[in-house]
Design a protein around this ligand. Structure first.
Ligand SMILES: NC(=O)c1ccc[n+]([C@@H]2O[C@H](COP(=O)([O-])OP(=O)(O)OC[C@H]3O[C@@H](n4cnc5c(N)ncnc54)[C@H](OP(=O)(O)O)[C@@H]3O)[C@@H](O)[C@H]2O)c1
Length: 246
């Protein structure tokens, strides 16, 4: 199959392109650095010519509410319209577990708008909602550091290796359209402050974690929202094992 991966140069996208190419598909990375801009539409029609499936794992350059909303709505509209024009028979989108439960988060509102644009497009689709990536935890710790202290809330997460997310997205791309949502998360539910401690213990640098329920992106998020329920597919990689290799 010809499978176009929008955002195919990114963290998830490059791994999806690798898995699909390794399975014998023609996997094409579509991103500004390969001449495809989904905001302007530049290069989209050419990239999608003859495609069977389109996978959208692109990300907004800004996580602020307004630019993210503009990115995900405009980009999803351009991609779905070009995909219909090209006769694509399956659209796969990567989203986030809990996006519809946190309307106060502008980035999540933008992801919900992206999902709705795909659902309303008329294309057969699958939405893969993933939990927070392991790769996301170190930047969260860095952003939360002040004077040697890492202030993190005890919000429940169920983080997942980006490689496991890429495998789930690649599997969805090779399967039939669900016309619904598939959830995927890591094997363990852990609290963010504890994840901070585990991360720092793997490579001690003098910093310590202080639990603070008032700070950061995940402050005040109720238990269960970002972890999903028991319908979530469990990926194999454990965070502590992953840390040893990264
Ligand atoms: N972080 C998390 O924990 C988490 C959890 C669940 C789901 N997600 C979702 O996972 C998705 C992928 O995230 P990621 O970390 O892999 O992203 P990333 O590494 O930041 O990659 C973003 C990709 O989007 C492309 N892109 C940016 N602007 C574009 C445009 N105008 N037209 C076409 N492509 C464009 C980039 O292309 P260039 O390389 O050319 O710039 C790059 O390939 C996101 O949609 C995010 O919402 C994230």
């Amino acid at each position: 199959m010809k499978i176009v991966v929008v955002g195919g140069t990114g963290l998830i996208g490059s791994q999806v392109v690798g898995i699909l190419g390794g399975s014998g598909h023609e996997a094409v990375a579509a991103a500004p650095t390969t001449g495809v801009d989904t905001l302007t539409g530049t290069g989209l029609a050419e990239a999608l010519q003859g495609a069977d499936v389109v996978v959208d794992v692109s990300n907004s350059p800004s996580f602020e509410a307004e630019p993210a909303l503009d990115f995900f709505t405009r980009s999803a509209r351009n991609v779905t319209e070009a995909a219909k024009e090209a006769g694509v028979r399956h659209h796969v989108t990567l989203s986030v577990i809990g996006v519809d439960l946190l309307p106060e988060n502008g980035y999540y509102r933008a992801k919900v708008a992206q999902e709705e644009t795909v659902r309303d497009s008329g294309l057969p689709y699958t939405i893969v909602r993933a939990a927070q990536f392991f790769e996301f935890i170190a930047p969260v710790i860095a952003m939360s550091t002040q004077d040697g202290q890492v202030r993190l809330p005890s919000t429940q997460l169920r983080p997942i290796a980006s490689a496991d997310v890429a495998a789930a997205v690649a599997a969805a791309a090779q399967g039939e359209p669900l016309r619904g949502v598939r959830f995927v998360a890591g094997p363990e539910i852990q609290r963010l402050d504890r994840l901070g401690e585990i991360t720092l213990a793997a490579e001690p640098d003098g910093r310590s974690v202080v639990t603070d329920e008032t700070v950061g992106l995940f402050a005040g998020v109720p238990d269960g929202v970002l972890t999903g329920d028991d319908t979530v597919d469990t990926a194999p990689t454990r965070y502590e094992d992953w840390l040893k290799q990264h």
